[in-house]
Ligand binder design. Sequence first.
Ligand code: HEC
Ligand code: HEC
Length: 257
Amino acid sequence: MIDSVAHGRSGTAMMAFSTLLTDEDIALVVDFVRGGFMRGAAVGTYYHTPENGWDNHERYQAAFPFALGEIPIDTPGEQLTPEQRAGLRLFLSACITCHDRARVSDQGPLWDARAVSFPRGGFSFRRPADAVSGATSYARHEVAPTIGDLSDQEKRGEGLFQANCAFCHAADGTGGGWIGRFLEPHPRDLTDPAVMGGMTRDRLIAVIRDGLPGTTMSAWRSVLGAGDIDAIASYVNRAFHPLSTEPSGEAGGQLSR
Ligand code: HEC
Ligand code: HEC
C-alpha cells in the first residue's frame, strides 16, 4: 500500500504522491486506512480524536444536539435556551460544512436537499444553487455553457464531457469546481488560452486517450472509444477554446509537466 501511494498505479487514476507527501505522511495515511477502514471496518472511523487534530471535542457540547439532529436547526430562536442559541451559532459556523444541514422541520427552499460538498441524492447542478452552495465560488463553475446550435457530434461530446470530465474540469471547463480546486495539480482550465492556445486536435485526442502520468488526468482509452473521444474534442473546440489548426507538435502548450 505504501508503494501504491508513493508511486501510484500506472494505467489507473491512482496518482503518485511521493512529490506531495513525505515518507512519514505516507506511512501515517496508510496506517490510518488499515486501522480505520480495514481492521476497524465494522465500527467505522471515529473522526473527532486528538490524533486527528481535534482536541477536546467535548468543548463543543453545545452544538452536539444540532450535529446529531436532536434539535432541528430551523427551530425559532425564542424556543431555544441561550446556551442552545450559542450552540446553533457554533454549529452553523463551524460544523455544518461536514455535518451538512443536520435536521430541519420545514423542508422549504432554503433547506432543499442540495449538497455543498459532494453530490447527494437527486442533486443536480442544473437547478439553481441553494443559499449555502450559491455563496461559494464553486457553484458558478458547475453550469455548462448554453450553446444553441450544437451539431450532433458536438452534442454527443457535450454529454460525454459532462458525464466524465466535468467532475474534475467543472461543467464550464475551467476546473474551478470544488473537486478541481482540491486536486493537486489542478485540472487544467480548458478555456485558458495559455493552456489551450497550442492545443491541436491530435494532441487533445492523445491526452484524453493516454492521460498525463503522475496526475489525476487518467488515460481514457479503455473507457471511451475513438468516436467518443473525437466527439469530446469537437465539444471542447466549440464550448471552451477553439483547437489550434497548426500542425501537431509545433505549437506551444505543454503535454507533460
Ligand atoms: C471536517 C469535517 C467535520 C467537521 C468540521 C465537524 N465534524 Fe463532527 N463528525 C465528522 C465525522 C466524519 C463524524 C462521524 C465519525 C465520528 O463519529 O467521529 C462526526 C461525528 C460527530 C459527532 C458524533 C460522534 C461524536 O463524536 O460524538 C458529533 C457529536 C459531532 N461530530 C459534532 C461536531 C461539532 C459540534 C462540530 C463543530 C464544532 C463538528 N462535529 C464538526 C466530521 C466533522
Ligand atoms: C480525476 C480528475 C480528472 C478527470 C476526470 C479528467 N481530467 Fe483532464 N486533467 C486533470 C488534471 C489534474 C490535469 C492537469 C495535469 C497537469 O497539470 O499536469 C488535466 C489536464 C487535462 C488537459 C490538458 C492537457 C495538456 O496537455 O495541457 C486536457 C485537455 C484534459 N485534462 C481534458 C480532459 C477530458 C476531455 C476529460 C474527460 C474525458 C478529462 N480531462 C477528465 C484531471 C482530470
